[in-house]
Design a protein around this ligand. Structure first.
Ligand code: T4K
Length: 378
């Protein structure tokens, strides 16, 4: 009999800087008497992140969702946008907030990202863009997506909320497509408490995005477009500057924990682990996701999810339900389960296990032992 954990083990915990580091930065803010609206911390963080993410241009935001809404506005997207149902609610919602209809395309069974080979069949005369998500930090098939987009004159926007620091062949993941969005929410590998960014490849777009996130205000006399308030404040920006120093150590801890999960769960019949990527892909190891095949494992994903809670392990069903199952989207013809067989199957099986640097190796081994005890083989 395995003892439950004494305290709850959540799917993730934010990385906290030391109080001393934060206090020191707060002193700078107090001295400058500047709290928001493009202050010095904001400017410095924009520069530092541009370099860190290896991208040409970057604009900070107060969260990833507003950033993605502005991305759609900045490219003047309209009509229909092809996206994935296997993502966080924010992805299709930003389309709805822009009066755009999300068109759900099925996903690839290995990567769980949009199935690039099926995008073409979803294109209509109303399609203006592809909004793909690098789910759990695994890069999409960026080459095929770009090739289809170029052929049909479509824009490509990436929701890179999970993909901070991911690279393909030494190129920052944000260099692909027209615009990528990163989320700096507290639960991410890198955070600014709440925050986000858009990255893009040209100066003109940066100018337009920066206007859009500041009410469209060009100067005290001119408001040139209907913008919104997407600004990141100085305290978040300062914390973001500190957190850059934590990314690699946190990533290294997670690499170790990933390896232990793989070692413990690799041979368990009925558990499918995350797919491996091409050798030139640098991953961030933000999430650890399994799929539970009920027929083979002997228990359903929902059983595993519930039972783990009795041991104080709070795994999460990211991303179930699918966005195509939400009441606000299920009437769409692209939401028909017949159109999304892989996504519907994955949505029933997927489970995000606890993954954060504060877990010990023993914690992970114990989570795996509990999980394995539910299966057929023991
Ligand atoms: N696109 C994608 C693909 C996304 O995944 C997201 C966000 C977005 C767009 C939008 O970006 P933002 O606008 O958020 O920047 C969490 C995050 O809140 C959300 O940012 C994230 N995706 C999503 C995948 O996960 P919830 O509703 O699951 O969060 P919550 O509050 O249940 O937190 C998860 C666990 O983390 C808790 O069980 C305990 C732990 N936790 C959480 C917080 C906030 C802590 O220990 N301390 C904390 O302060 O959405």
């Amino acid at each position: 009999m395995i003892e439950p954990f004494k305290q709850r083990i959540y799917v993730t915990r934010p990385v906290f800087p030391t109080i001393e580091e934060v206090t020191e930065k707060l002193r700078d803010i107090w001295e400058a008497q500047w709290l928001t609206n493009n202050g010095p911390q904001h400017s410095m963080l924009e520069r530092e992140l541009t370099e860190f993410l290896k991208v040409p241009y970057l604009s900070l935001f107060n969260n990833g969702t507003i950033a993605l809404m502005v991305a759609c506005q900045s490219l003047r997207l309209s009509g229909e946008v092809i996206t994935t149902p296997f993502t966080f609610a924010a992805t299709p919602h930003v389309l709805s907030w822009n009066n755009i209809t999300p068109i759900f395309c099925d996903i690839d069974a290995e990567t769980m990202n949009i199935d690039a080979a099926q995008i073409e069949s979803m294109i209509t005369p109303h399609t203006t863009a592809i909004l793909a998500v690098h789910v759990f930090g695994t890069p999409c098939d960026v080459a095929t997506i770009q090739e289809v987009a170029d052929r049909y004159g479509l824009r490509v926007v990436y929701d890179a909320a999970h993909a901070f620091g991911v690279e393909i062949g030494g190129l920052g993941i944000g260099t692909f497509g027209d615009i990528s969005m990163f989320s700096f929410h507290a639960t991410k590998l890198y955070h600014t408490v709440e925050g986000g960014a858009l990255v893009h490849n040209n100066a003109h777009l940066k100018q337009r995005i920066d206007l859009l996130k500041n009410f469209g205000i060009k100067n005290e006399e001119e408001v040139v477009m209907p913008g919104i308030n997407g600004k990141l404040n100085e305290i978040s920006a300062a914390i973001g500057r500190i957190m850059l120093g934590y990314v690699e150590s946190e990533r290294q801890k997670r690499i170790r924990l990933h390896a232990i999960y793989n070692e413990e769960l690799g041979d368990v019949a009925g558990l499918k682990l995350m797919s491996t990527c091409a050798e030139d892909v640098k991953l961030n190891y933000q999430y650890y996701v399994i799929r539970v095949d009920e027929a083979e494992f002997g228990r359903s994903r929902d059983y595993v999810y519930e039972e783990l809670r009795h041991y104080n392990v709070y795994a999460r069903k990211y991303f179930h339900p699918l966005c195509s199952e939400f009441t606000c989207y299920r009437q769409l013809s692209s939401s028909n389960p017949a159109n999304l067989p892989v996504a519907n199957a994955v949505g029933q099986q997927v489970l995000s296990l606890p993954m954060y640097g504060g877990l010990t190796e023993d914690d992970v081994r114990k989570i795996c032992a509990i999980l394995k005890s539910f299966g057929r083989q023991l």
